[in-house]
Design a protein around this ligand. Sequence first.
Ligand SMILES: Cc1cc2nc3c(=O)[nH]c(=O)nc-3n(C[C@H](O)[C@H](O)[C@H](O)COP(=O)(O)O)c2cc1C
Length: 170
Amino acid sequence: MTAAPDLAAPRPATDDLFRSVFRRHAAGVAVITARDGSGRPAGFTATSLASVSAEPPMLSFGIATTSSTWPAVAAAGHVGVHVLAEHQRDLAATFARSGADRFGPPTAWREGPEGVPLLDGVLAWLVCRVVGRVPAGDHRIVLAEVLAGDPGEGGGPLLYHAGRYHGLRE
Ligand SMILES: Cc1cc2nc3c(=O)[nH]c(=O)nc-3n(C[C@H](O)[C@H](O)[C@H](O)COP(=O)(O)O)c2cc1C
């Protein structure tokens, strides 16, 4: 029997604790896209993408209600979900930068199923039907059912950890 490791006294739930713990959480990087009410493409970088259900296939992502993309996601019937490749750090940064022209050059995209904006050159993508928007503090958890997509041919994913983008290292 080995002794239990010493655990530091727990810290109270502050913003700093929350941020510090999630800085240690490595996550894959996705871009979520949709059309806004005027048909313009909108989208944002997200690490909150999660698989939810196998039957039917459903996923979720979190979006801040202060996000410039929220009005589009709040109204859209469908969204595009893109898993970014290791070489797409600039694309991830563009879709996270306030005020950036996210769909202007050099972003390459096309219209996909259900009119959803689809980004070129990603590792994998899905087009989904939005089935729920669950209030969660200052965010909404969007639930979406998978309609179509392409798993791609493999390659290294883009990861985010400790405030930086990374590739996988064996
Ligand atoms: C790596 C990374 C992951 C992010 N994940 C999310 C997320 O899951 N949900 C979200 O609402 N915003 C997320 N953001 C923030 C948005 O991408 C975006 O930066 C923010 O909405 C500010 O853009 P805006 O001013 O156009 O709203 C993330 C940003 C980065 C850099």
